[in-house]
Design a protein around this ligand. Sequence first.
Ligand SMILES: [Zn+2]
Length: 337
Amino acid sequence: MIVRFSRQVLVEWIGKRGQKRLGEKSCLIIGCGALGASSATILVRAGIGDLRIVDRDIVEISDLSRNMLFDETDVTKIMPKPLAAKKKLERINSEVNIESFEDDVNSGNIEKYARGVDIILDGTDNLETRFLINDLSLAEKIPYVFGACVSSQGMVMNIIPGKSPCLRCFIEEVPQYGSLATCETAGILPSIPIVVGAIQANEAIKILINNKRVEKRLIFIDIERNEFSKLRVDRKERCPACRGEYEYLMKRKGTDATILCGRETVQISPVKKMHISLGELAKRLALRGEIVVGKHLIKFAPNKKNEIIFFRDGRALIKGTGDKKFARSLYSKYIGN
Ligand SMILES: [Zn+2]
């Protein structure tokens, strides 16, 4: 232990005590894309005790431009992301107890995955799951390090239940469906998830070992302009989550996935109906695949196998699959929720 962490314990605020404490802590990372992979790598190298990783995707060639955990072998072998991550991380530090789960985190299973962990890190790609994590964090009093990035920008915010404002004090609602930039529509640079994931992991270490400089503000990073700023977020009087109304955990908000019988189609529908601007959505999707815009719907083919039909009320039919996890991931890729 001493040799492996000899440089890290020299840092005054870590020391041997902090190192020992970190080795007794457990962390859940939800999502193992570039962001989750970056924070996982740091936490495992730094010597966290237990790490749990959940993700619904498989490793694809387009992940390799920015995901530091995966390589071409993982793509050839069609490896699930969490399992590929576990195998790689165990080669980095075999003393960490790593568990991996191939699953779509939702209101029905998040409590199971978060049971007993000391902190939750955000590696997701959509606000709906983030609001769900935020609800669970407040309900179970587990600190949550929010992190997000798109294009050349990123954000990090610590949510410490009972002490700090929460994510919904900062972002009240999921913006109109289809209006949010996603990595599929606005792209992403290889460096930004590494920067954001590194800051998340560092904040997590500070929280876990009770460092007094745990960041209280929201950190904003733009690596095109090299801007690094901090914004104060205030607790909102009307924030439902802070008032104990866990709308995402209780499933009064968010989406449901249903397999349509015998049709190789999954329907994704928002629990509460909403309105999406088909024109706006069509503009965003135009460069991403074949698209047909109708009066009441958009037909969009992101690849040769699948077709997605988007309706105004936020509903979508994902054709060419009977896999809910896969359908949800396509939906959030293009809708940004
Ligand atoms: Zn709040």
